[in-house]
Design a protein around this ligand. Structure first.
Ligand code: K1U
Ligand code: ZN
Length: 209
């Protein structure tokens, strides 16, 4: 009787170990399947390319979305458009939640309604690091887009989500938020980022030797 209880306990421990190992294995597999993508920096001309509609809802698209989500969370950002990672297709990932666990995937998004009232929000952009400035946009929008499985869905957004959706949809049209600012501000930002780019290039050359 005692040996049977001991055998059961050993079996339970072995099962638990196996479950832990399996979870660890799959988490490694999951991580190894995702990749951090490099984000284009303003004034890179590729940020002004027009994104094409997605036609194939396949494994390649799922992988792109997984990589974009990982890149957005790591940056960290609250949104990312495929244009910013040099993929010129109509794909957006967004997560404006505080808990960072409510990923939205928008494929071929379309704004089908905007409110008349407008708000100014201090925007930032992962492609324009360190720069924040006010942009005026409609306060609420209604969006129609596709999910990863190819189904259509509609939702209404307001507040930060509405700002983020419009900002990311601009990226798909090749527009960066600094283009809403005055030419003077935009040129200052451009010069600052070009200077930073030259300095980073020099540092990379030095550390390569
Ligand atoms: O580059 C991007 O398109 C992402 C961008 C989205 C955005 C931010 C603010 C207003 C409109 C659109 C960013 O995520 S910039 C980083 C940022 O604002 C942020 C990052 C972490 C937590 C909270 C905000
Ligand atoms: Zn942006």
């Amino acid at each position: 009787m005692r040996s049977e209880i001991a055998a059961d306990a050993n079996c339970a421990r072995a099962c638990l170990r196996l479950r832990v190992l399996t979870c660890y294995f799959f988490s490694l597999l999951h991580k190894s399947c995702m990749a951090l993508l490099s984000i284009l920096r303003y004034p890179d001309p590729r940020l002004h390319k027009l994104a094409m509609p997605v036609t194939d809802f396949d494994e390649r698209l799922k992988q792109l979305v997984a990589d974009m989500a990982e890149t957005m969370y790591k940056a960290p950002g609250i949104g990312l458009a495929a244009t910013q990672v040099d993929v010129h297709e109509q794909v957006i990932v967004i997560d404006t939640s505080d808990t960072r666990d409510q990923l939205r995937v928008l494929i071929n998004p379309l704004i089908i309604w905007t409110s008349d009232d407008r708000q100014v929000y201090e925007e930032g952009c992962l492609s324009v690091p360190g720069i924040y400035d006010g942009v005026e946009r409609p306060t609420q929008v209604r969006v129609r887009s596709y999910s990863l499985d190819g189904s259509v869905h509609e939702f209404e957004a307001e507040g930060l989500l509405a700002v983020c959706v419009q900002h990311e949809m601009d990226h798909l049209k090749g527009k960066v938020f600094v283009e809403y600012l005055s030419p003077l501000k935009r040129n200052r930002i451009k010069s600052k980022l070009q200077k930073e780019e030259r300095e980073m290039k020099k540092e990379r050359q030095v550390s390569a030797h």
